[in-house]
Design a protein around this ligand. Structure first.
Ligand SMILES: [Mg+2]
Length: 267
């Protein structure tokens, strides 16, 4: 009997896609509505985008980019080049968001509508600000041609943006297999619902994610004990989190070449 393909649950940003520059630019443009008169023009200063990339490991959901970018802005060009993705900076960024007086829902709406506007007015420019990691698109395409039912995307991005990026790259991702921010559920909840039970013998299941706290949360769920957990070391994980993953009994530290191998369909 041929092996059945493994079932893959994949995070999007930081696993398939490097979107840090695009996220910073969306936050800059949306931030013009939050801090009018201070941030002007379509393009954020390059130093600010570089500072945001240093803080990117702290981001969980898109709207939080407003706080991280604001923090770098307040530090200024010189100081921001030394920013680290540590808990203190996370607290400061969250405080800057609280000071806006805007709800999480309102900030999410500003972030999403800014991105929508960019897509509609300049789709190529938006695409070019995003970058799939090397080898990922070709490997995903092969996988989706061979066994589209064996792959799910779990992301805190809104589903429509994932589908737009995939479609432009010729990836036939079906909307029913992309679970985005819009569902209001955590990745742990999705995994509990999606992991098939009972499984065919020999069929393995993998969750690839670059955010350690998410993997730790999933790892605590005893109903997901057969799910193999992988921390993507090429994404936005910090060195400290990669170290923790290395020592964790259930979490595997994964390199990009090994991930590309994992994507390969079984023969
Ligand atoms: Mg991620």
């Amino acid at each position: 009997m041929p092996n059945r393909p493994s079932i893959l649950f994949l995070d999007f940003d930081g696993v398939l896609l490097d979107s840090a520059d695009e996220t910073a630019t969306t936050a800059w443009r949306g931030g013009r509505r939050i801090w009018p008169g201070e941030w002007t023009g379509d393009a954020a200063p390059r130093w600010l985008i570089l500072a945001f990339r240093r803080l990117r490991p702290l981001l969980h959901t898109g709207y939080e980019a407003f706080g991280l970018l604001r923090l770098a802005w307040m530090k200024g060009e010189k100081m921001s080049s030394r920013l680290e993705p540590d808990p203190d900076n996370q607290r400061q960024a969250a405080e800057l968001l609280r000071e806006t007086g805007l709800s999480r829902e309102r900030l999410t709406e500003i972030f999403g509508s800014t991105r929508d506007c960019w897509l509609q007015l300049d789709f190529d420019g938006w695409m070019n600000a995003n970058r799939f990691y090397p080898g990922v698109v070709a490997a995903l395409r092969r996988r989706l041609q061979h066994s589209p039912e064996s792959l799910y995307i779990l992301t805190t991005k809104q589903q429509r943006f994932v589908l737009a990026l995939a479609s432009r790259c010729g990836l036939a991702l079906h909307p029913s297999r992309v679970f985005g921010l819009d569902t209001g559920k955590s990745k742990r909840q999705h995994l509990s619902e999606l992991c098939p039970e009972p499984r065919q013998s020999g069929q393995s299941m993998h969750f690839v994610e670059d955010r350690l706290p998410t993997l730790l949360e999933v790892g605590e769920d005893e109903n997901l004990g057969e799910l193999q957990l992988h921390l993507a070391e090429w994404g936005y994980a910090t060195g400290e989190h990669i170290g923790q993953a290395t020592r964790h009994p259930r979490i595997d530290r994964m390199s990009l070449p090994r991930f590309i191998e994992l994507l390969a369909p079984v023969s």
